[in-house]
Write a protein that binds this ligand. Structure first.
Ligand code: DX5
Ligand code: ZN
Length: 216
């Protein structure tokens, strides 16, 4: 399977968002990664429903929505309405994670769970078979442009062996500080989807950078 590339619009030029979305449409990227932050779960606020709706009107690829918000159950149906295809919640933000995952699937979206850098993979043992995707944070969530945490390789390997044991088809996505060097090592460790914000949008030729990430 070819790796999945999901450029994070957090690093796009918000004054030229339509231009940047169209660039991703034309590129080899597979998904749009949308980072939703509430200023409570993470120390930053990004953007909300009207912006997601506007993105969805122009985007021609699935919207991979990463919720960094407390109590995400409140908004599951709303995220479906504004165009989310994949909805990922944080393990650390969900008391009744199993219920949350069922609610996401009931809305017809793919369900993902994200783990902060300090959260062990083993917490997913009893829910892994219910998931479509696990998002391993390779930085502390809240900001783009941070340095990749090296311990991520170990977590990806642990998750790969947990998934293979259950013979499920869960996608392993890595988010934070991904570049054209660590992406190969992460692929070897067993990851198959990659979020890249700064590395794509701060490069001279974002479409070519996406191509390089896809084929590195
Ligand atoms: C961080 C977000 C990431 C971020 C990645 O909280 O979840 O998706 O946009 O940005 P880079 O690739 O710049 O680390
Ligand atoms: Zn993200």
């Amino acid at each position: 399977m070819k790796r999945i590339i999901a450029p994070s619009l957090l690093a796009a030029d918000f004054g030229n968002l339509e231009r940047d979305i169209k660039m991703v449409n034309k590129s080899e990227a597979d998904w749009f990664h949308l980072d939703i932050m509430d200023g409570v779960f993470v120390p930053n606020i990004s953007y909300g429903m009207p912006v997601i709706s506007a993105i969805n009107k122009i985007a021609k690829k699935p919207l991979d929505v990463h919720l960094m918000i407390v109590d995400p159950d409140r908004f599951i149906n709303v995220f479906k309405k504004v165009g989310a295809d994949i909805l990922t919640v944080h393990y650390e933000a969900c008391t009744h994670l199993h219920r949350t995952i069922q609610a996401i699937k009931a809305e017809g979206m793919q369900a993902g769970v994200s783990l902060n850098p300090h959260t062990p993979v083993s917490v997913l043992e009893n829910i892994i078979e219910d998931l479509d995707l696990v998002l391993i944070m390779s930085v502390n969530p809240g900001f783009g442009g941070q340095n990749f945490i090296e311990n991520t390789y170990k977590k990806v390997k642990q998750l790969r062996s947990l998934i293979d044991k259950t013979k499920s088809k869960v996608i392993i996505e890595v988010d934070g500080g991904v570049n054209d060097v660590n992406i190969s090592k992460l692929t070897e460790a067993g990851a198959n989807a990659f979020v890249a914000g700064s590395f794509v949008f701060k490069s001279d030729n974002p479409a070519k950078t996406i191509y390089n990430l896809k084929n590195a």
